[in-house]
Design a protein around this ligand. Structure first.
Ligand code: C2O
Ligand code: CU
Length: 527
């Protein structure tokens, strides 16, 4: 093994420090919580009805995973079992750097974890039993990853949101078998932003991701803006990986329609792998300004982050990097797969809430007080830079226009442009050329919610349901909501990478829809 994780990371110091300050009592972490809306009990999930009726469908596939599950006797500690009441920070994956190349080692492996309290679930993770370590990439450097598959099933690792060659992208064409090590390498062209990595093999993405195969990637750059923002991982730069799962009483994690409808299924919300159904985690901010990077790694649900006291969050970034300027927002709504960054300059404790908006047949909506941030800081942060980024809005008048239709096929299939992409051969293929400039209308012909994700390059939103975007919707995206019957118009340029064998993907990031065929390929060739 060439990597080490960092046991003395800031994350660990933070965890212990916060624990000590609350005296080992997990209530202490939120004793100062402002209860603007009348107490925590009211903010817990309110289940919708309607799930129990289909229990008869549960027999098929209810056993869950197809990984060859060795029992997890020697697994590393499950984060959910770390019931200190403090926010768990995923380890930072230390690479080995030689020249400008940093080598990272990841193993996709199985394990066990408590996704509902007191019940051991069969799970999977990278270098651990659930989720994966956070990688930091530096713009201009080269990353080399040695990724070993120990899942007992094919997998891939996709670098969601990264602008890298299609051969390195980790799409379905990059699937590799159990026991194999895949070693993609690429230069980091992306500017500062928050990405993530997760499996992307055909038909098994939902299953593998919900069992825990997901991790965050922080791209750093040397811009003045990045230097002016909090960047000490686990101290004032905090990853928040939100997941709303579906789990039965035996701990089986569900990932498709039959499973979601089976009896006894509940829909726990996890933050960095810790169940927050009946706990508000604590985080002690030792700097007055804290940056949060939020990833919605849920298979389907929309997660909205807001303050319990109704105050604003200072949003600084969308999926694909900095906004033109820091923007005060009362809520950040993330569809499955999307990310955002915000900062808080805190004088008093504040509780962050996650509001779950359910997709399709999934469980129920609800509001969770998931984290109380308590400042214990004496510093005075400088004003935020007045300009964070320059985003030149595309003039799409000369762009090539396409319409891409999200639809439902026969049986349990979902389609793009009429094709259920269950195999590479069956999926619709968008063919374009290097440096093409395009404007796409993504039309949702279903009444279901979809989350439209494009690999390779960021896009700008030109229209959302016929309206001109405003505010944070003027940022850069790779994953965006398309409401039932609605549409978005997006514009992009296919820069840098062409290949006549390997393709990028475009798809719904509701993982079940993706696995049911709502995926098309994108072939960018030399002109
Ligand atoms: Cu996050 Cu094509 O996926
Ligand atoms: Cu969808």
């Amino acid at each position: 093994m060439t990597h080490t994780t960092e046991p003395s990371s800031g994350a660990d110091r933070q965890g212990r420090g916060a624990h000590a300050r609350v005296g080992g009592n997990d209530k202490g972490g939120h004793s100062k919580e402002p209860r603007g809306k009348g107490g925590k009990g009211l903010h817990r999930r309110k289940f919708l009805g309607g799930m129990a009726g289909a229990a008869g469908l549960a027999a098929v596939g209810a056993a869950g995973v197809t990984f060859s599950m060795l029992t997890g006797g020697n697994n590393s500690k499950a984060s959910a079992a770390d019931a200190t009441g403090t926010l768990t920070i995923p380890d930072l994956l230390e690479g080995t750097t030689s020249g400008t190349t940093t080598t990272y080692t990841l193993t996709a492996q199985t394990g066990t974890s408590e996704v509902i309290s007191g019940v051991s679930s069969t799970t999977a993770g990278y270098n651990g039993s659930y989720l994966g370590p956070t990688m930091k990439w530096t713009k201009g450097n080269t990353a080399l990853l040695n990724i070993t598959n120990s899942l007992g099933d094919d997998t891939t690792v996709h670098f969601h949101g990264a602008h890298i060659p299609p051969k390195m992208d980790g799409g379905p064409q990059n699937a590799f078998a159990d026991g194999v090590t895949w070693s993609p390498t690429f230069e980091i062209l992306d500017e500062a932003k928050t990405l993530w990595y997760h499996p992307h093999a055909l038909g098994t993405t939902a299953e593998q991701v919900v069992h825990g195969l997901a991790g965050m990637i922080i791209v750093e750059d040397d811009s003045d803006v990045s230097a002016a923002l909090p960047s000490e991982y686990g101290v004032d730069d905090i990853p928040i990986i939100l997941q709303c799962l579906a789990v039965d009483t035996a701990g089986d994690i569900k990932y498709e329609a039959t499973g979601y409808r089976s009896s006894g299924v509940t829909f726990p919300v996890l933050v960095n792998g810790t169940n927050v159904d009946s706990t508000t985690l604590g985080f002690t901010a030792t700097k007055k300004r804290t940056r949060f990077r939020v990833l919605n790694a849920s298979p389907a649900d929309i997660m909205t982050v807001q303050r319990g006291d109704g105050g604003t969050l200072t949003q600084i970034a969308t999926d694909q990097g900095y906004l033109t300027e820091a923007t005060e927002v009362t809520a950040i709504r993330l569809v499955a797969g999307a990310r955002a960054e915000f900062v808080l300059d805190l004088e008093d404790a504040v509780t962050l809430q996650a509001v779950v908006t359910t997709g399709w047949i999934r469980g129920g909506s609800g509001t969770y007080d998931f984290l109380t941030v308590t400042p214990e800081a004496t510093d005075t942060p400088a004003d935020l830079p007045s300009t964070l980024n320059t985003i030149t809005r595309y003039d799409t008048s000369a762009f090539t226009a396409r319409t891409i239709t999200l639809g439902q096929g026969t049986g349990a299939t979902m389609t793009i442009d009429g094709s259920a992409g269950l195999t590479m051969a069956a999926m619709a293929m968008i063919s374009t050329t290097l440096d093409a400039e395009e404007v796409w209308t993504i039309k949702n012909s279903t009444q279901l919610e979809h989350s439209f994700h494009l690999h390779d390059v960021p896009y700008q939103l030109i229209e959302i349901n016929g309206e001109t975007p405003t505010g944070v919707d003027l940022g850069w995206f790779d994953t965006y909501e398309v409401v039932g019957g609605g549409s978005i118009k997006i514009a992009m340029k296919f820069t840098d990478f062409a290949d006549d064998t390997y393709m990028y993907m475009l798809h719904c990031h509701l993982l079940q829809h993706e696995d049911e065929g709502m995926m098309a390929s994108l072939m960018v060739t030399d002109s």
